[in-house]
Write a protein that binds this ligand. Structure first.
Ligand SMILES: [Mg+2]
Length: 422
């Protein structure tokens, strides 16, 4: 969050499963649409927050399976853990808050007396969340009896039963809604209260997100019955909460447009973006557009026409150099020439490219450095390169690519780097 010196223009707080991530979309198209919109128009001055019931272990598994962006803030384990940045540094203030009238030893001791409760996997047991499976027919009685016993022992807890099988015990002050309220308060104290906040969800435990004052909300089209019922009973007349017509991440884009929170045209919805030169003074856009073009080129979705390569070459400095992650260097213009060999080589194959954490800085007047993580999905393999692009901007001539350098990210397991083109 330190990178933002002023209040974020937009903060998106989104659930993951069946909201940001569509498990019925094997191509992940709606997520990829959202990704390019976010990196193109919001990353530099806005905040992305994921709020999930998943524990850190299961959250990391999802990130390996799906092309998720790196959020600025991650709220996990049903609002009991808040972490920041790539390093996922924990929020100690939130830990302190949750310690109030909470003692995990007592929770474990009391729950062990219930034979109906079956402890979930070790990875799901967290400092402020104890999770069990319990049969639907027993859930109500167990919950009632357990809350009385814990209250007698001086604890103040919240017992959440969801999905017809999961029983979570959390401190009373925990939950997705309270975690968001805490975050907004903290941002306000730092003078960084977002101009707009949009909460996005699909199920019962997301309802809390929509109860926070001054927050816009979107229930994606595929929202579960329990959330729609909550909405009908509690928030029907609140114009700040909508039920989108579109599924998952596309529903989030729809809400950005509906509430007029900023640009809502994903670069993936633009078919001929090399022709649209109107906003090319933004070096971040240039990079997002280039890698999207590169994906379409190799998928054979754009025509193999010389005008494209000529236009790309014209925007590269004649002395510009590309440093391949293997360390090999070659002129940028030669790299563009080589692209023609690869036109359509991924046609009909699983091949996607996306940019994550695109950040541009203007070091000297007229010179920009753009850093990003560039991801490629090739079949079932995923590779990531940390990419640095140096641009110069000349009056009336737009941006010129001066230098591109890539290094393998530590997340990539690279067996053969000759398949990596740019
Ligand atoms: Mg969900």
């Amino acid at each position: 969050m330190e990178r933002l010196l002023s209040p974020p223009r937009l903060m998106i707080v989104s659930d993951l499963d069946h909201t940001m991530v569509d498990h019925h979309d094997p191509e992940n198209l709606s997520l990829l649409r959202f990704n390019s919109l976010w990196e193109n128009a919001y990353r530099h001055d806005s905040l992305l927050v994921f709020s999930t019931g998943r524990s850190p272990t299961l959250y990391k598994e999802l990130r390996k399976e799906k092309p998720l962006l790196t959020p600025d803030i991650t709220i996990m384990s049903v609002g009991t853990e808040i972490t920041y940045g790539n390093s996922m540094a924990p929020d100690h203030g939130w830990v302190e808050t949750l310690n109030n009238k909470w003692d995990i030893g007592i929770v474990k001791e009391e729950t062990s007396k219930f034979s109906e409760l079956k402890l979930q996997a070790e990875s799901e047991q967290r400092p402020h969340k104890v999770s069990f499976y319990v049969d639907k027919s027993k859930a109500q009685d167990v919950t009632k009896e357990l809350s009385q016993r814990l209250e007698k022992r001086g604890l103040d807890v919240k017992i959440i039963y969801s999905g017809g099988m999961d029983l979570d015990i959390l401190p009373q002050g925990a939950g997705k809604g309270q975690a968001l309220a805490y975050l907004l308060k903290k941002l306000k104290t730092e003078g960084k209260l977002p101009v707009n906040t949009l909460a996005c969800g699909d199920s019962g435990n997301d309802a809390e997100l929509f109860s926070i004052p001054d927050v816009y909300g979107v229930m994606v089209s595929n929202a579960q019955e329990e959330l729609l019922k909550w909405h009908a009973e509690n928030a029907k007349d609140n114009p700040k909460v909508i039920h989108a017509k579109e599924r998952c991440a596309s529903g989030i884009i729809e809400a950005i447009g509906h509430f007029k929170l900023g640009p809502n045209l994903s670069p993936r919805d633009v078919s001929d973006f090399l022709e649209c030169k109107a906003d090319n003074v933004n070096p971040g856009h240039e990079v997002v557009k280039f890698f999207l073009f590169y994906e379409r080129w190799r998928r054979g979705e754009v025509e193999n026409c010389e005008a494209y390569t000529a236009s790309l070459k014209a925007s590269c400095h004649p002395g510009g150099v590309f440093v391949h992650p293997s360390g090999a260097e070659k002129p940028l213009r030669d790299t563009i020439d080589e692209l023609s060999k690869y036109h359509g080589d991924k046609q009909g194959k699983k091949f996607r490219v996306w940019a994550d954490q695109v950040l541009a800085t203007d070091t000297n007047p007229g010179t920009w450095i753009v850093k990003l993580d560039k991801w490629e999905q090739i079949g079932d393999e995923r590779l990531c390169c940390t990419t640095t692009v140096k641009f110069t901007a000349k009056e009336g001539e737009g941006l010129v690519w001066e230098h591109v350098q890539q290094t393998w990210s530590k997340d990539s397991m690279v067996k053969d780097d000759s398949a990596w083109i740019i």
